[in-house]
Ligand binder design. Structure first.
Ligand SMILES: CC(C)(COP(=O)(O)OP(=O)(O)OC[C@H]1O[C@@H](n2cnc3c(N)ncnc32)[C@H](O)[C@@H]1OP(=O)(O)O)[C@@H](O)C(=O)NCCC(=O)NCCS
Length: 112
């Protein structure tokens, strides 16, 4: 008999500029951002190897992007995973902005 998996939960961690997904008491992954005016610029998503391939990144990014909408902000998908997610989830098209050289340069400066 297989163990019952805990339902994943997504939390915004403002102090760390990221959203985290937890399975039970374990942090399984994160998607990181910086805010550029009203744009939330997503630049990195990762899921721990122990939780890979279970769709957790998809759950995490979907909830993060829904939160961006709820906050009245816009999405800039520098992260390749978020960019790929958005090609399949067109419901976020109205709040998505293109990745411009200016945003890339700004982000690089932010991240040092
Ligand atoms: C990419 C990553 C976050 C996916 O996590 P996951 O929970 O296993 O992903 P899911 O099960 O939700 O989704 C798998 C999808 O991710 C896609 N994917 C895997 N690596 C990817 C990458 N580097 N860039 C874009 N998409 C990627 C797969 O092609 C798959 O797509 P499909 O749903 O169309 O088949 C995870 O593999 C990881 O942490 N990788 C190392 C860090 C990384 O490369 N991050 C992405 C760029 S910042």
């Amino acid at each position: 008999m297989s163990e019952t998996q805990a339902t994943p939960t997504v939390r915004r961690a403002d102090d760390r500029h990221r959203y985290e997904i937890h399975v039970g008491d374990t942090r399984a992954g994160l998607t990181a951002y910086r805010d550029h005016g009203t744009q939330r610029v997503f630049f990195h998503t990762e899921v721990d190897d122990a939780f890979a391939g279970q769709g957790l990144a998809s759950v995490l990014v979907r909830e993060a992007l829904a939160d961006v909408r709820a906050l009245g902000l816009r999405i800039v998908p520098v992260c390749p995973y978020v960019a790929k997610f958005l090609t399949k989830h067109t419901e976020f098209d109205d709040i998505t902005d293109p990745v411009t050289p200016e945003v890339r340069a700004w982000l690089a400066a932010q991240l040092g």
